[in-house]
Design a protein around this ligand. Structure first.
Ligand SMILES: *[C@@H]1O[C@H](CO)[C@@H](O)[C@H](O)[C@H]1NC(C)=O
Ligand SMILES: *[C@@H]1O[C@H](CO)[C@@H](O)[C@H](O)[C@H]1NC(C)=O
Ligand SMILES: *[C@@H]1O[C@H](CO)[C@@H](O)[C@H](O)[C@H]1NC(C)=O
Length: 351
């Protein structure tokens, strides 16, 4: 449409080894877009393209958020909180507070007065108090909120409830060949599942878990480069049902992200004005996320199905993989991440 294509955003500045991001963050940004005026509203709408008309972005995201949280407990369990933290400065209007809470579950919180050194601690405490599983994420040292700053924060913990329980008795310690070689519990299950070139498993009803595993042990940079939304959508439409024996580590993927650089590169540039004290401005966008890969609480896997399987394809996820959670109905990607390292006893390469 003639508008300049933005430069690709810089790599995610994560303070954690693994990376995980949820598109629910966009709902909070939409709330902010509806609240702020002028350039920032336009820039946030620009980021959330290609929705037409742009004014509908908020409605769509509000609906998506509602449908996701209503599905809580069906095929996954999600704990999520979003907050906009303000540091002194002018008060946020009542109307905005109410609207952003009802439409986007965004709550208003005040950051402590005084020195900004205490702010990261307060934010971290909020994230960990809201959700188990976020404890491991390190502190965010780069948050220096001046008076008038708004900090947007999302915290999310996701746990899939498998349609068929992964057999715990079949778990055993194996080696995960990640950034460090670690001893992990591997979970095994066999059954029919969806399969395509990069291999996908679909085990949740309302949502699908998609694993993209390089054929060889390698870091994910190559796959990362190849992967585009177009390619992914095309591949996911072409899935076929096949017999697969899956093994994957019992692990938590946890990450903490500070997204200022990425959002600026994607065009949300004017909101960060720290010079104009006394006016509201964005001081940070923080994202805590964790995803639990566990045995889950579904029905027990039926032995008969396993017995019937004739030469299943092997899917042995003992090295880094990309993981996506896709909403079955809307096909929206709810979470995107990668397991580069699985916590466990570090093993030394004995070769
Ligand atoms: C989802 O359900 C769990 C368990 O019932 C609950 O603790 C949690 O707050 C719910 N999440 C949301 C977003 O409502
Ligand atoms: C993942 O996190 C949950 C909740 O904090 C915990 O119960 C579980 O033991 C963790 N799993 C692993 C493999 O560390
Ligand atoms: C996904 O949803 C469609 C209907 O929207 C349903 O027919 C299909 O069985 C669902 N897929 C899974 C894996 O449950």
């Amino acid at each position: 449409d003639g508008s300049p294509t933005p430069h690709p955003p810089p790599p995610l500045s994560s303070s954690s080894v693994n990376t995980l991001i949820s598109s629910l963050l966009l709902a909070s940004l939409a709330a902010l877009g509806e609240g702020s005026l002028g350039q920032t509203t336009t820039q946030i709408q620009g980021l959330l393209k290609p929705v037409t008309p742009p004014s509908k972005v908020g409605d769509l995201l509000s609906e998506a958020l509602k449908s996701f949280t209503e599905a809580n407990g069906t095929s996954f369990q999600v704990h999520t909180s979003s907050g906009v933290f303000t540091k002194q400065g002018p008060a946020i209007s009542q109307a905005f507070t109410k609207q952003s809470q009802t439409r986007f579950r965004l709550q208003n919180q005040a950051l402590g007065k005084g020195d900004f050194k205490a702010d990261p601690k307060q934010l971290q405490a909020w994230a960990t108090a809201t959700h188990r599983g976020l404890e491991g994420a390190p502190l965010l040292a780069d948050i220096k909120a001046k008076a008038g700053a708004m900090i947007l924060a999302n915290a999310l913990h996701f746990k899939g409830l498998w349609e068929r329980k992964v057999n715990e008795e079949k778990t055993d310690p194996r080696t995960f060949l990640g950034k460090k070689y670690t001893k992990v519990i591997m979970m095994h299950r066999a059954g029919t599942t969806y399969l395509y070139i990069y291999r996908q498993i679909s085990a949740l009803k309302r949502a699908s878990l998609v694993l993209l595993l390089p054929f060889h042990v390698e870091n994910l940079a190559r796959l990362d480069k190849l992967l585009t939304l177009e390619l992914l959508s095309k591949r996911l439409e072409k899935t076929s049902v096949a017999s697969v024996a899956i093994s994957m580590p019992k692990a938590n993927i946890t990450s903490t992200l500070s997204l200022q650089k990425q959002l600026s590169a994607l065009g949300v540039a004017d909101a960060w004005d720290q010079e104009s004290t006394g006016k509201l401005h964005l001081g940070g966008v923080l994202h805590w996320a964790s995803l639990e890969l566990g045995a889950g609480a579904g029905k027990q896997d039926e032995e008969s199905e396993e017995e019937k399987m004739d030469r299943p394809k092997m899917f042995y996820a003992d090295h880094p993989f990309i993981i996506l959670v896709r909403d079955n109905a809307s096909r929206a990607l709810l979470m995107m991440g990668a397991l580069d390292h699985a916590e466990g006893e570090v093993l030394h390469d004995e070769l």
